[in-house]
Design a protein around this ligand. Structure first.
Ligand SMILES: [Zn+2]
Length: 337
């Protein structure tokens, strides 16, 4: 195993610096009234993390560059992460983080249209922030080389891939922000799947579904690609999987539909697979992670490793159900139309 060289460390530090850029996203499309410093905003609320934490820690695969660089050598692993440090992004100022999300943080989660819109908004904010910074970081490096230099190629390719995602994500984000500014939530769509079990996994993310869960092609990664938000949360101390999207986003709707049409006993496995494939902010109770088979742990870690390659494109059967991982006992599915 080759160690990471000092030059590689300084590159990782510089790259991570751009990925950690501070920006209040509520300003991006002309909002105002920012106040206070940029905070480490939680994508998964602390109150949710506490429900699966053991001694203040959740179990997750690190997402920062230096542990990833090490894991690319030694193999991907999950580890304990303090809940104060998990799923935080520097993408809102103190005031906007508090006021925007008050209807999610200060009130019980009952999936009102306003709460669903805010869940979607936060998942999209994470995507806009992460993709935008990844685009900038890649562009900064690509600029250092002449266009004929082969060292430029991987950075240019990463720039192209993240930039395409950022364009599509910003469109959605803008539309969702507009709904919040007008307090009009009629364009949010959702599928809410409730389970009857002790919560062991939490996840928040937004992605562009290329295929549905049975392998039917839905779309390509174009500038207009549809996004879907995925959330694994706890409601009344039980797990709930919530998909969110905006009116008219057919690929997102078809993805959610295909998910909900599968047999109840397959839904837990499909939800966990999807969360590991797409959602950067996925964590679990350590006890649960240790209780699943080594084969499953390897499969799920491979998904994360694949997802960490900018150029990875899932194939049609990557989500399909093969054998059960767990069953949290689905008790209801509701659509918000
Ligand atoms: Zn702000």
């Amino acid at each position: 195993m080759k160690p990471i060289t000092p030059t590689q460390w300084s590159f990782l530090k510089r790259y991570q610096g751009t990925l950690d850029s501070k920006e209040c996203l509520s300003k991006r499309f002309g909002g105002d009234g920012c106040d206070g410093r940029i905070v480490h905003a939680h994508m998964i609320p602390r109150s949710q993390l506490l429900q699966i934490a053991e001694q203040g820690h959740v179990h997750a695969v690190p997402t920062r560059l230096s542990p990833i660089a090490q894991m690319k050598r030694s193999g991907f692993q999950a580890e304990d992460i303090g809940i104060g440090n998990f799923s935080t992004l520097q993408c809102f100022c103190a005031r906007h983080d508090k006021t925007l999300f008050a209807p999610l943080e200060d009130v019980a989660l009952t999936f009102t249209r306003e709460q669903l819109t805010l869940l979607h908004y936060r998942a999209m904010a994470a995507e806009v922030y992460v993709r935008g910074n990844a685009e900038d970081a890649a562009a900064n490096e690509a600029r250092k080389y002449l266009s004929s230099d082969p060292r430029r190629e991987p950075f240019y390719e990463a720039f192209r891939i993240h930039s395409l995602a950022a364009i599509a994500a910003e469109e959605h984000f803008k539309r969702t922000e507009n709904m919040i500014n007008l307090s009009r939530y009629d364009e949010i769509r959702a599928a809410i799947i409730r389970f009857h079990a002790t919560p062991v996994v939490l996840s928040v993310g937004a992605f562009r579904p290329l295929y549905d869960v049975i392998g039917t092609k839905l779309q390509n990664f174009s500038e207009e690609a549809a996004y879907i938000g995925m959330h694994i949360l706890t409601v009344e101390k039980m797990p709930a999987v919530v998909f969110t999207w905006l009116k008219g986003q057919k690929p997102s709707q078809r993805f959610a539909r295909s998910f909900c049409l599968q047999p109840y006993r397959e839904l837990t496995t499909l939800a966990v697979q999807t969360a590991f494939e797409y959602a950067e902010h996925t964590c679990m109770r350590r006890e649960w992670w240790m209780s699943i088979t080594k084969g499953w742990r390897t499969l799920l870690l491979n998904r994360i490793e694949m997802a960490n390659r900018a150029a990875s494109v899932p194939d049609e059967d990557f989500l399909s159900f093969e054998f059960p991982l767990d069953d949290w006992k689905c008790r209801s599915i509701d659509f918000v139309k």
